[in-house]
Ligand binder design. Structure first.
Ligand SMILES: *[C@@H]1O[C@H](CO)[C@@H](O)[C@H](O)[C@H]1NC(C)=O
Ligand SMILES: *[C@@H]1O[C@H](CO)[C@@H](O)[C@H](O)[C@H]1NC(C)=O
Ligand SMILES: *[C@@H]1O[C@H](CO)[C@@H](O)[C@H](O)[C@H]1NC(C)=O
Ligand SMILES: *[C@@H]1O[C@H](CO)[C@@H](O)[C@H](O)[C@H]1NC(C)=O
Ligand SMILES: *[C@@H]1O[C@H](CO)[C@@H](O)[C@H](O)[C@H]1NC(C)=O
Ligand SMILES: *[C@@H]1O[C@H](CO)[C@@H](O)[C@H](O)[C@H]1NC(C)=O
Ligand SMILES: *[C@@H]1O[C@H](CO)[C@@H](O)[C@H](O)[C@H]1NC(C)=O
Ligand SMILES: *[C@@H]1O[C@H](CO)[C@@H](O)[C@H](O)[C@H]1NC(C)=O
Ligand SMILES: *[C@@H]1O[C@H](CO)[C@@H](O)[C@H](O)[C@H]1NC(C)=O
Ligand SMILES: *[C@@H]1O[C@H](CO)[C@@H](O)[C@H](O)[C@H]1NC(C)=O
Ligand SMILES: *[C@@H]1O[C@H](CO)[C@@H](O)[C@H](O)[C@H]1NC(C)=O
Ligand SMILES: *[C@@H]1O[C@H](CO)[C@@H](O)[C@H](O)[C@H]1NC(C)=O
Length: 838
């Protein structure tokens, strides 16, 4: 999902660009700068976690919606503070917002309007007037933080409230420790929420205090409002277990319960130990929870929290098994070690890389391992008792298939296989693979069944190892076939509207569909995405030697041509994707509509029922580039190589490109397909330096479960993937040398840029700075083209790749061999199995 708030907000927000926040603490950047400097002299193993800035993407100008909370890789628990205002991940750097508490469940990068999770908030309080004076309701307790104090690094999060209480957190997969430091001499009080979550979607729950054990258990249901990016009918369950005594070293003084609303209810009951409010039909205004204090005025209080989606007993068991009696420092160290293991999968030459690039790189790699959230053994609903791995926050597949999963495929087949297992299990349990799961509930589909491209990419990269990795390719293929053939009764959350797509060869606008319902919008972009999803199925059919299916799906993968209106002209360029009626005539949309240059800023461009332009969160200018498996045909349809290049230049110069929108991801490398690779190199430098940096607004939109993080990672590596294939485009790395480790294949591949010039690493490559690819060798053998190579010939084998660069653009402005593959020119004929270069 690219953006759900009105475009007028975006425009207003961009007026604030360059905002300087009082958060995070300047110490965060100083610490990273120092670590990068020190690394230059360090010849031993580097601590890659020290280069990560978790606050990139937490700003209130571009709304990256990143969660900077304490998390392990793919952690289900992500502990951070929750703020007022627009803050879907709980946290936001905007220092004018108020904090409601620290809470253990969050998603990262999801642009849903009201946010997800934020349940079980705890907030330390000073109650000089005693128990009854405590500020427990949301409005009464909200408090600013102290400026310039927020801190975070992988596995650790901290924030100091305006009343000088410091809150720190660290976590395991499903639990964590929270440490609170109070001003000397004060009595520590805490308010703990039963009902509230970020979207105020409480549907009922219970809370119990066991004062002897010092334990509070909470459980309930949330999600009854139109809370998120999905249908409002569904609820999810969640549970928490708070252990208050720190292994017996802390003593409770007072305890009780409270209820409140915004209209005068503010009741407290000391000594009461349970709340049973297991049915709530009125939603947000209802507030309740626990209130307790500690004896002996300790300055430091440590509280252990466990979470579960199954039961409060399991939440307690998770805290016991994952944290047990470990100290705060021990949990931080364990989390840090897990992060180091993930981040060291790609080791770069820090000494010779520009410092900002190092920070952007490891911060992006960090976020690329932050989600989806591993909720294995925490399943509910139809997934209860599943024997498959299970992940929450698949948000959304339309965002992640393009760059996120291809990046995972370079280094992490085991993790990728677990997530694929989870996708295929979605088909087993629901009939279709999931598209946009959050809060363990289905969200809206955007392009169709983008999971097809995720599992297909896995199959293309690892079919030799699939069985050993626990993936049955026959099941994987059956799941894809269900997406491609079985029209759901309602195709808004899973599957596609394939009945009419197959009948007409496109998804017609204003179609009579006798057998299914769904939002009657996005007919142009749904056709384009369905066609690429069919290419994904074609690829796996070929792999399984199912030539009949391969032919059928290859044919359908060309359906994108059926929404090509050769007669539409815009800005002097002819031929655009357009939605189309049942009778075959096109329904005209100005290709500029829903671009950033659209003068009608209130036009509906997303999932709204009145999105009439036919494209999802995009203009026709943007989506008309979209046939990643057959760009050669687009070149022809647009009038040949020269016009294609002119049109790409115009697309960027006129402001139709949107760095923060997934359909735009592949356009900067488009010049490769017209045999002009140096122009892609120039364009990617420009795109990176105008849209990404190391500040809280350093990503150009919602991270979208690390879609932005992963596209930036590819750009910095000087590579770009073609989903559902093993092809990789070659560009100019921003980093002089890096090694990609794949411990499952037991390979390490070092990419060295021969002639690297750090001066070329800026928005406009200066004359004389070497950056343009002249020659590529893999283990000494030159590649057949300097524009692309294959995963099977490179990172799967390991060894040395040399990319030689020159400053002489005219010398090297072609591929010196074939352009990247396309179906219509005989490309992607056979899925790769073995290396061609021995
Ligand atoms: C790195 O080593 C060089 C040469 O020994 C020295 O001048 C420089 O101060 C060192 N830098 C750091 C950050 O220690
Ligand atoms: C932090 O600074 C902002 C101005 O940037 C101010 O509005 C706010 O009151 C300050 N917060 C505190 C707790 O002093
Ligand atoms: C509790 O205090 C004892 C004695 O000071 C100490 O040894 C122990 O580590 C503490 N336990 C925790 C969980 O902090
Ligand atoms: C809450 O009350 C309902 C109705 O009396 C009862 O069914 C349920 O078991 C209670 N829940 C808890 C956790 O006590
Ligand atoms: C999961 O197992 C429990 C306990 O055996 C059973 O009650 C429940 O029906 C099962 N749920 C599903 C979806 O299979
Ligand atoms: C997810 O959690 C399960 C259960 O602890 C574990 O076996 C698996 O390795 C985890 N996967 C990832 C990708 O974190
Ligand atoms: C497909 O055919 C090739 C060539 O005959 C063979 O090597 C491969 O094992 C077959 N794959 C499957 C899944 O049957
Ligand atoms: C394009 O315009 C020509 C001439 O007006 C017309 O014959 C043709 O049918 C149009 N094509 C489409 C696809 O609308
Ligand atoms: C574009 O250029 C490539 C490489 O030179 C060539 O193979 C292809 O035929 C050209 N395409 C068109 C439509 O002219
Ligand atoms: C690094 O990034 C910061 C923040 O965007 C910027 O102010 C600074 O100029 C950049 N430094 C370099 C050397 O590009
Ligand atoms: C890669 O280069 C290193 C260093 O030059 C060398 O030791 C190694 O043998 C090379 N590996 C291959 C597979 O050529
Ligand atoms: C760049 O390469 C072209 C083509 O080979 C050559 O004519 C030109 O002299 C070179 N320019 C420089 C500055 O070396």
């Amino acid at each position: 999902m690219a953006k759900t708030f009105p475009r007028s907000w975006l425009l207003a927000a961009s007026a604030l660009a360059g905002a300087v926040y009082a958060q995070p603490s300047p110490g965060v950047q100083q610490r990273i700068d120092q670590a990068i400097k020190d690394a230059g002299n360090n010849t031993g193993q580097l601590d890659y976690t020290a280069f990560v800035n978790p606050f990139i993407g937490t700003g209130a100008v571009t709304y990256g919606d990143v969660c900077p909370g304490a998390s392990i890789p793919f952690g289900m628990a992500k502990i951070t503070a929750d703020f007022t205002g627009y803050a879907p991940a709980g946290y936001i750097t905007d220092e004018t917002q108020y904090c409601h508490g620290l809470s253990p469940l969050h998603d990262s990068g999801t642009g849903s309007s009201l946010g997800t999770y934020g349940n079980f908030e705890i907030l330390p309080l000073l109650c000089p007037g005693g128990f009854d004076s405590c500020t427990t309701s949301l409005l009464a307790r909200q408090i600013m933080r102290k400026n310039n104090t927020d801190d975070a690094y992988p596995g650790y999060f901290a924030l100091t409230l305006a009343n000088d209480i410091r809150m720190e957190a660290t976590s395991t997969r499903r639990a964590g420790l929270e440490r609170f430091t109070f001003p000397r001499g004060s009595t520590p009080y805490f308010v703990l929420d039963l009902a509230n979550d970020l979207p105020a979607s409480f549907a009922g729950g219970t809370m119990n205090i066991d004062p002897d054990q010092g334990r509070i258990t909470i459980g309930g249901q949330w999600g009854s409002r139109c809370f998120n990016f999905g249908p409002s009918e569904y609820h999810y369950q969640a549970f928490a277990c708070y252990d208050l005594l720190n292994g017996g070293n802390q003593t409770l003084a007072e305890y009780g319960m409270w209820t409140a609303d915004t209209y005068g209810l503010d009741a407290k009951a000391k000594g009461v130990t349970s709340l049973n409010q297991s049915l709530n039909l009125i939603g947000g205004i209802y507030q309740s929870g626990a209130l307790f204090s500690y004896a002996n005025n300790p300055t430091e209080v440590t509280i252990r929290v466990g979470v579960s989606f199954v039961s409060s007993e399991q939440a307690c068991a998770n805290a016991e098994s994952e944290v047990g009696g470990a100290s705060f420092e021990q949990v931080v160290a364990a989390s840090s070690a897990l992060w180091q293991e993930k981040l060291s999968k790609i080791e770069i030459d820090v000494a010779n890389t520009p410092a900002n690039v190092t920070e952007m790189f490891y911060s992006s790699l960090y976020r690329s391992f932050l989600t989806p959230n591993n909720a294995t053994d925490e399943t509910q609903g139809v997934f209860a008792n599943t024997t498959s791995f299970y992940f929450d926050s698949l948000y959304c597949s339309w965002d992640t298939f393009r760059t996120f999963y291809p990046l995972l495929s370079l280094t992490s087949p085991v993790e990728f296989a677990q997530i694929v297992d989870n996708y295929v299990d979605g088909w087993r349990k629901n009939g279709w693979m999931p598209e946009c799961r959050a809060n363990n509930l289905p969200g809206w589909t955007q392009g169709g069944s983008s999971a097809d491209n995720i599992v297909s990419h896995f199959a293309m990269a690892y079919h030799n190892e699939a069985a050993a990795l626990g993936i049955d390719l026959t099941d994987l293929y059956a799941a894809m076939k269900a997406d491609g053939e079985d029209n759901p009764l309602e195709w808004n959350t899973e599957g596609r509207q394939v009945n009419v797509y197959q009948e007409y060869g496109y998804v017609p606008f204003a179609v009579f569909d006798p057998s299914s319902t769904g939002r009657q919008t996005r007919e142009g972009s749904r056709t384009l995405e369905y066609a690429f999803e069919d290419f994904a199925i074609r690829q796996v059919a070929l792999l399984l030697n199912n030539s009949a299916d391969a032919a059928t799906y290859e044919n359908r993968s060309l359906f994108y041509r059926n929404v090509w209106d050769a007669n539409v002209t815009s800005d002097g360029f002819t031929g655009f994707a357009q939605k189309r009626h049942m009778n075959g005539s096109f329904a005209y949309t100005d290709p500029i509509d829903c671009s950033e240059q659209d003068t009608n800023t209130s036009r509906a461009c997303s999932l709204q029922a009145n999105n009439e332009n036919g494209f999802y969160e995009s203009s026709s200018w943007e989506y008309s580039w979209y046939a990643p498996h057959d760009t050669a045909h687009l070149v022809e349809a647009m009038g040949g190589n020269a016009t294609f290049v002119k049109r790409l230049e115009h697309f960027f110069n006129a402001g139709y490109y949107l760095a923060g929108n997934e359909p735009s991801f592949q356009t900067p490398v488009g010049y490769h397909y017209a045999n002009k690779p140096t122009m892609s190199v120039d364009r990617v430098r420009d795109v990176v330096f105008t849209n990404f940096d190391i500040t809280p607004d350093g990503i150009p939109g919602n991270d979208d479960q690390a879609a932005m993080a992963s596209v930036l990672t590819w750009h910095l590596l000087g590579l770009y993937p073609v989903p559902s294939t093993s092809q990789i485009l070659i560009l100019s790395p921003f980093i002089p040398s890096y090694t990609i480790h794949n411990s499952y294949l037991n390979t390490s591949t070092t990419v060295t840029v021969e002639g690297y010039d750090a001066n070329s690493v800026q928005q406009v490559i200066p004359a004389g700075a070497a950056a343009y690819v002249q020659k590529v060798t893999v283990n000494g053998v030159p590649t057949a083209s300097r524009c692309h190579f294959d995963f099977y010939d490179t990172f799967r084998i390991g060894g040395n790749i040399t990319i030689s660069v020159t400053s002489n653009k005219t010398l090297v402005n072609d591929c010196a061999g074939p352009v990247p593959e396309s179906i219509s020119t005989g490309g992607f004929a056979v899925p790769r199995s073995i290396p061609l270069i021995a």
